[in-house]
Design a protein around this ligand. Structure first.
Ligand SMILES: [Zn+2]
Ligand SMILES: [Zn+2]
Length: 92
């Protein structure tokens, strides 16, 4: 069996990621993952990220499999996320 792994197909649910859905693109492998498919990004954080991008501030997000293979150092954007997660009492 062969699963077509297109870049706009979420690796978790194998559904296509459309522009209307909340999704994040991995900075390392370029795959799109739905926010709700284990991105560890709360909805509040996601909204902040989309605003950030609208204002031309680049946001780097790396999917879990890339994060595990590359021991990525903490970036400035990660610190912003941490503050937001605390405020919403959300995910780890
Ligand atoms: Zn998904
Ligand atoms: Zn990745």
């Amino acid at each position: 069996m062969e699963i077509p792994m297109k870049k706009d197909t979420c690796p978790k649910c194998f559904c296509r990621v459309t522009a209307r859905q909340e999704a994040l693109q991995c900075d390392t492998c370029g795959l799109w993952l739905h926010r709700t498919c284990g991105s560890d990004i709360s909805q509040a954080s996601y909204r902040e990220i989309t605003w950030q991008i609208k204002f031309g501030i680049p946001f780097e997000w790396v999917c879990r499999s890339c994060m595990e293979s590359v021991d990525a150092p903490m970036t400035e954007s990660t610190r912003i996320d941490d503050a937001d997660v605390t405020a919403t009492g959300g995910a780890k």
